[in-house]
Design a protein around this ligand. Structure first.
Ligand SMILES: [Zn+2]
Length: 230
């Protein structure tokens, strides 16, 4: 299921091995409405989406690992490396290891001022890792943190530059709000999806937003009924 890949650290220029899951071996079992995928078998690729340099302590999502400016490199070397103890990392990551590595990536991303959407993505994934382990309060804490960052990004950042589109991000903010029990906010964001979709068609996301919008409305109706009967 897993293999090792050689990576060069853009901060300290040393080479190290990192573990990846063979995507060809993955069988999708189900997908949550906020895009968490579940696969058959033991290994979850989510655990390995962050690369961590064992020499200097720099951690970032695989896709953005090389995208660090010279100013960012010196921030890492000044603030992370002196506190980092060089260690041999086990090729296989437990969920606990993965959470810690993601949290380090979040810290690195914060101090080098990565975009809000990137930081939001890391938080969302930490939330997912807690969900898979059934740790509800920590899941919610990170979903909320991620949702707030996505919201900030929606208003302040160039979304295309960050690989998101307006429809998908509005939907995700709505769905995370729904999961956090913030129904009004969820409905507002799903409505944003419908509005944006008038000019910028995305039938798949629009339908998902429609389903989740109904779910919130039904939940509210049910709650109203129970209160009536009391
Ligand atoms: Zn390094």
């Amino acid at each position: 299921m897993i293999y090792e890949k050689k990576v060069k650290c853009p901060v300290c220029n040393k080479e190290f091995m990192t573990t990846k899951v063979k995507t060809s071996k993955l069988k999708l079992v189900k997908r949550d409405e906020d895009f968490l995928n579940y696969y058959k078998g033991e290994e979850h690729p989510l655990k390995y989406e962050v690369f961590l340099c064992p020499f200097c302590g720099y951690a970032a999502m695989e896709k953005r690992f090389d995208k660090i400016k010279p100013s960012g490199k010196s921030i890492i070397l000044r603030n992370v490396t002196p506190k980092w103890h060089k260690r041999d990392l086990k090729p296989e990551r437990s969920f606990e290891d993965a959470v810690n590595i993601y949290k380090l990536a979040l810290y690195c991303g914060e101090i080098i001022k990565k975009s809000k959407v990137e930081l939001g993505n890391i938080c969302l994934r930490i939330g997912w890792l807690y969900r898979i382990q059934g740790i509800d309060n920590e899941e919610k804490r990170f979903l909320r943190y991620g949702r707030d960052l996505f919201e900030e990004s929606y208003y302040k950042e160039d979304l295309r530059e960050n690989g998101y589109d307006e429809v998908t991000l509005s939907y995700l903010i709505g769905e995370l709000s729904r999961r956090l029990g913030e129904n009004e906010k969820a409905l507002n964001w799903f409505n944003t999806v419908f509005t944006v979709c008038r000019n910028n068609k995305n039938p798949v996301i629009e339908e998902m937003a429609r389903d989740q919008w109904n779910l919130v409305r039904e939940g509210r109706a049910q709650k109203a009924n129970t209160t009536d009967n009391e």
